[in-house]
Design a protein around this ligand. Structure first.
Ligand SMILES: [Zn+2]
Length: 343
């Protein structure tokens, strides 16, 4: 397949002049598992790639059921971009069913993943620990677990070392901008090795997008700095904001775990309500991918107002508040800030 791509590229000028559909067909065919990765991929790939997104805007990858068209897309792909860390539970079966030989690149590679601390036995003491480092640029790596490269094979008896086989790590790494920069770099490298001819362009695109992420990071830090330290506890329906919490000095509590695939038990919800009352959580948010019912129940039982919608695991549609990653992060942090300051 790549041989074919290169052939077309060699005769590039003639092909482009003769028939643009043929030129388009020479593009790198990329499948991205969900909308946030797709935004990164578009920024890096520009018009050299043809992109198919499996889990679209406002949709939930945790519980996604692939469609027949997904099988075809993966079968025809040159490259599959995935989050990894058990985020896309459907992906292994899909790739196998498609018979695809495309490389599946896990973009969390090189990111220090947080351990998934959410279960009924755990009292969120780690979250509390994170919250102590409210402006923790200098402490950032102190409280992360797992090695730099061996995080997928790290089966030691670390504190809280249950929950091993599935969901050992929190997959929502994109919720911190420094991690997003690693995703983008990984995408550029993956594109470069799949399409060496496009490498200078991929690297240049990645570099200019990276500059935007650096600007975004400063903007977010400035927004967060306006929020009093003792008001940085928030509730969402599932545990999607551990990285955002760590990066920007929040504590997030959630009745559901790191996946939306399991229902929150009545006991867990009752315990959370108790916890909210004790810790005086400052804000309560619904998520774009989750049913708001649970959050509304917590609102009515605690007397808290629902503060708005956060985008956790998917972007919005084009006309929404979070059509790009940059808009999503800005929207999330602004919503958290506005809600807490106006409480
Ligand atoms: Zn999630």
């Amino acid at each position: 397949m790549f041989r074919f791509n290169k052939l077309v590229t060699l005769t590039g000028v003639a092909v482009t002049l003769l028939a643009s559909p043929l030129a388009a067909a020479s593009n790198l065919k990329v499948v991205s598992t969900f909308s946030i990765i797709s935004d990164f991929a578009e920024n890096v790939g520009g018009n050299r790639i043809t992109l198919t997104t499996l889990v679209g805007p406002n949709n939930d990858a945790h519980t996604y059921e692939p469609r027949p068209s997904d099988v075809t897309a993966v079968k025809n792909a040159d490259l599959v971009l995935a989050n990894g860390a058990n985020f896309e539970g459907f992906l292994g079966r899909l790739v196998q069913a498609s018979g695809s030989t495309a490389e599946v690149v896990e973009l969390t590679e090189g990111i220090q993943l947080l351990r998934n601390t959410h279960d009924d036995d755990h009292d969120h003491s780690n979250d509390q620990h994170h919250n102590d480092h409210h402006h923790h640029k200098n402490h950032k790596h102190d409280d992360k677990h797992g090695g730099h490269t061996d995080h997928h094979h790290h089966h030691d008896s670390h504190a809280g070392g249950h929950n091993h086989s599935h969901g050992e790590y929190d997959p929502h790494a994109w919720q911190s901008v420094p991690n997003a920069r690693i995703y983008v770099n990984n995408i550029a490298e993956a594109f470069c090795s799949a399409d060496p001819g496009g490498c200078p362009s991929y690297r240049e695109n990645a570099k200019s997008y990276d500059a935007k992420l650096i600007t975004l990071e400063k903007e977010l830090e400035s927004l967060v700095s306006e929020i009093p330290l003792d008001k940085r506890t928030a509730i969402t329906s599932h545990d999607a904001f551990g990285y955002l919490a760590q990066e920007y000095g929040f504590q997030f509590l959630a009745p559901q775990g790191a996946s939306t695939g399991s229902e929150a038990s009545a006991q867990t919800v009752a315990k959370l309500i108790q916890q909210i009352k004790q810790q005086q959580a400052s804000a309560l948010f619904v998520e774009n991918i989750s049913n708001p019912q649970l959050i509304q129940q917590i609102a009515s039982e605690t007397g808290m107002k629902v503060g708005g919608k956060l985008y956790s695991d998917a972007l919005s549609t084009e006309d929404g508040d979070a059509a790009t990653y940059i808009d999503m992060m800005r929207h999330n942090i602004s919503t958290i800030r506005d809600t807490i300051l106006n409480q």
